[in-house]
Design a protein around this ligand. Structure first.
Ligand code: ADP
Ligand code: F6P
Length: 336
């Protein structure tokens, strides 16, 4: 009881300290980024903290593209895909010169902390900003779901639903025409989207960067399926393994198998966020503001066992992110 009371006092003390924060979205956009921006703005205003929106990620920090955000600035955006703050990949922020320009603008504006909504690249940028003395908190948002320390990133669930819906549609025509289809999904280094979508969409084979299965295995599976009377098949390949068109050429060359190709592309990043992403984004965004107000300097927020947690930003970059082996095993067991 006493410990709890002390915790509340500590938080209030911190809350009185910070008066102005900034929020930006960076890297590849993800459905739910808007819901996170909304939560940051509303929670900050609730705590009597001024919020400034930075346009186009780190580019906006360097160029000083700031705008004060009010409660109404984030009205009617919870359901919208993309990001009202826009996003960018900004090579200049990877230079010291670029970062010093950003620091100058932050100081001029009197900004005392920054919420960075983005993927692991954006988190690296946040780390660099923290080195310059600006407290930062990273809110994980990427359809790749590849940020260490959190079970879910904002945007993953929406993209997953988009991919599964696409697979369902492809399955209809695959079944009518008794065809094999290869569906290429996003994920240069991370296979979560392909794995979850393959499992949720009932794919026969799933190729992900973390588990490079042999093409001969896929051919075996397809041939065994045909022998059992299976007339159509879906193969899901993450773009980081190889392109769907390269895979179709290999299947034809090595197994005499003709496969149609479907590349889902950037439609995976668009669209209205799922209810789950909106809720996660709201929780992460609000927690990010609390974390800054508690006086933490270099933190990430995330989800573990259904609870929102915060942890040192550095942990995102320690060790290798491990794929859920049980998912991989299950996908193979169910697609025999
Ligand atoms: P994501 O955040 O989706 O992973 P990127 O990897 O493209 O997307 O990173 C987004 C931006 O973060 C980059 O364009 C760059 O401005 C910044 N960034 C990435 N890595 C670094 C780094 N090592 N130092 C400073 N800034 C970085
Ligand atoms: O990081 C998100 C992501 O969508 C990856 O899955 C994909 O490889 C990459 O971004 C595509 O980036 P761009 O839109 O810059 O081509």
């Amino acid at each position: 009881m006493i410990a709890k009371a002390l915790l509340i006092v500590h938080r209030r003390e911190g809350m009185e300290a910070m008066k102005k924060i900034a929020v930006l979205t960076s890297g590849g956009d993800a459905p739910g980024m808007n819901a996170a921006v909304r939560a940051v703005v509303r929670k900050a205003i609730f705590e009597k903290v001024e919020v400034v929106g930075v346009y186009q990620g780190y580019e906006g920090l360097i160029e000083g593209e700031f705008e004060r955000l009010e409660l109404g600035s984030v009205g009617d955006i919870i359901q919208r895909g993309g990001t009202i703050l826009r996003s960018a990949r900004c090579p200049e922020f990877q230079t010291e010169e670029g970062r010093l320009k950003a620091l100058e603008h932050l100081k001029e504006e009197g900004i005392e902390g920054v919420v960075v909504i983005g993927g692991d690249g954006s988190f690296r940028g946040a780390q660099e900003l923290a080195k310059l003395g600006i407290p930062v908190v990273g809110v994980p948002a990427t359809i790749d779901n590849d940020i260490q320390g959190t079970e879910f990133t904002i945007g993953f669930d929406s993209a997953l639903n988009t991919v599964v819906e696409a697979i369902d549609k492809i399955r209809d025509t695959a079944s009518s025409h008794e065809r094999t289809f290869i569906v290429e999904v996003m994920g240069r280094d991370a296979g979560d989207l392909a794995l979850w979508a393959g499992l949720g969409g009932g794919a026969e084979s799933i190729l992900i960067p973390e588990d490079p299965i042999q093409v001969s295995d896929i051919i075996d599976r397809l041939k065994k399926g045909t022998e059992r009377g299976k007339m159509h098949s879906i193969i899901v390949v993450a773009e980081g393994v190889m392109s769907a068109s390269d895979l179709s050429i290999i299947l034809k060359h090595e197994g005499g198998i003709k496969a149609r190709v479907s590349v889902l592309g950037h439609m995976q990043r668009g669209g209205s966020p799922s209810a789950r992403d909106r809720v996660i984004a709201s929780r992460y965004g609000a927690r990010a503001v609390e974390v800054l107000l508690e006086g933490k300097k270099e933190t990430a927020v995330g989800m573990r066992n259904h609870r929102v947690v915060d942890y040192p930003l550095q942990e995102v970059f320690e060790g290798e992110r491990v794929l859920d082996e049980t998912m991989l095993k299950l996908s193979k067991e169910l697609s025999i």
